[in-house]
Ligand binder design. Structure first.
Ligand code: ADP
Ligand code: CP
Length: 310
């Protein structure tokens, strides 16, 4: 039995509440395969589209009453709530179908500590919300002063600072639930970013990358495997070219060479690979895997996906 932290990619959640509910049912099958095999599972998930949508809704309300603007940390907490609710419900139903309904499933509102002086605050890079054409994005930038950037060839999106996770405020509660054999959804959307100010923690406007937050969580709870589930079966070199090659089993040294060569797109695969490296190098014996959602249970036995290790 292994302790596994999963980072669920955006394609596992969709772009609307209805789509998310249906997609969560699919994601729940992969998660339940691992639970049924006897593993201890913690699930982190993205929130880029969702947090952008929530913030935009409040910005529209605040147009007539600026007091009604909802700060980003609160928007992230809301996204954790409704995504966690869908995942909790879907995983629970899947477990009941497999006669495993006695395993509790819970989502935990998670706050993640960041450094207020992180250089990421000077250069917003995390895409959130919907995709726009370049023309529309530039018009919105002029009207609102918000920053939009091109997102990995997929269109233009609003961007916000994305500092690196340092610690998880709820780590003791998280460890307690995991040790008790509960299935936990945590670090949703990378966690609510908090900084230490004066003698207390407070929220800060940012969206943490969920792959980095999940890797940090995996190290903190002493997981054996960190698995990033996304839309592709493997990490590739020469991705999208005629000579693309799937990576199956790579050492950190090898994958770092590929990072230097610029093999992984900065807004999509690079953070996953970097998060995978962070976890795999944090302690001897720890393994990271990047695989497709559908192949999760095969991937942990090295029958699919890209394994990264020391
Ligand atoms: N070298 C690469 N190998 C595999 N996929 C890559 C590579 N470079 C870019 N990608 C793209 O990265 C995507 C995963 O990033 P993204 O869509 O942002 O993830 P998420 O599942 O978290 O939403 C893949 O579906 C693929 O299109
Ligand atoms: N917070 C975060 O990383 O979300 P996405 O995976 O949806 O970009």
């Amino acid at each position: 039995m292994s302790k596994i932290v999963i980072a669920l990619g955006g394609n596992a959640l969709g772009n609307s509440a209805n789509e998310q509910l249906t997609k969560a049912e699919l994601a729940a099958k992969s998660v339940a395969d691992l639970i049924e095999a006897g593993h201890n599972v913690v699930i982190a998930h993205g929130n880029g589209p969702q947090v952008g949508q929530i913030r935009l809704a409040f910005e529209e309300t605040a147009a007539s009453d600026p007091e009604k603007i909802m700060p980003f940390p609160e928007c992230i907490a809301m996204s954790q709530g409704y995504i966690g609710y869908h995942l909790q419900q879907a995983i629970d139903e899947e477990l009941v179908e497999r006669n495993l309904g006695d395993i509790p499933v819970v989502s935990m509102l998670t706050q993640v500590v960041v450094d207020a002086n992180d250089k990421a605050f000077d250069n917003p890079t995390k895409p959130i919300g919907a995709y726009y054409s370049e023309i529309d994005a530039k018009k919105i930038m002029e009207e609102t002063g918000d920053i939009y950037k091109e997102d990995s060839g997929r269109g233009w999106r609003r961007v916000i600072a994305s500092p690196k996770p340092i610690d998880i405020y709820e780590k003791v509660s998280l460890q307690t639930l995991v040790d008790a054999g509960q299935v936990v959804v945590a670090c949703g959307g990378g966690g609510v970013p908090i900084v230490y100010k004066g003698n207390r923690y407070e929220g800060i406007d940012a969206v943490i990358d969920k792959d980095f937050a999940a890797a940090k969580m995996a190290a903190l709870i002493d997981a054996d495997i960190f698995i990033v589930l996304t839309a592709v079966d493997n990490v590739y070199v020469n991705f999208g070219k005629e000579n693309q090659k799937a990576l199956e089993d790579v050492t950190i040294e090898e994958i770092e060479t590929y990072i230097q060569e610029g093999q992984f797109a900065p807004g999509s695969m690079l953070p996953k690979v970097e998060a995978a490296v962070d976890f795999a190098q944090s302690k001897e014996g720890r393994k990271s895997i990047i695989a497709s959602l559908e192949q999760a249970s095969k991937a942990i036995y090295s029958e699919s996906g890209t394994s990264i290790h020391l």
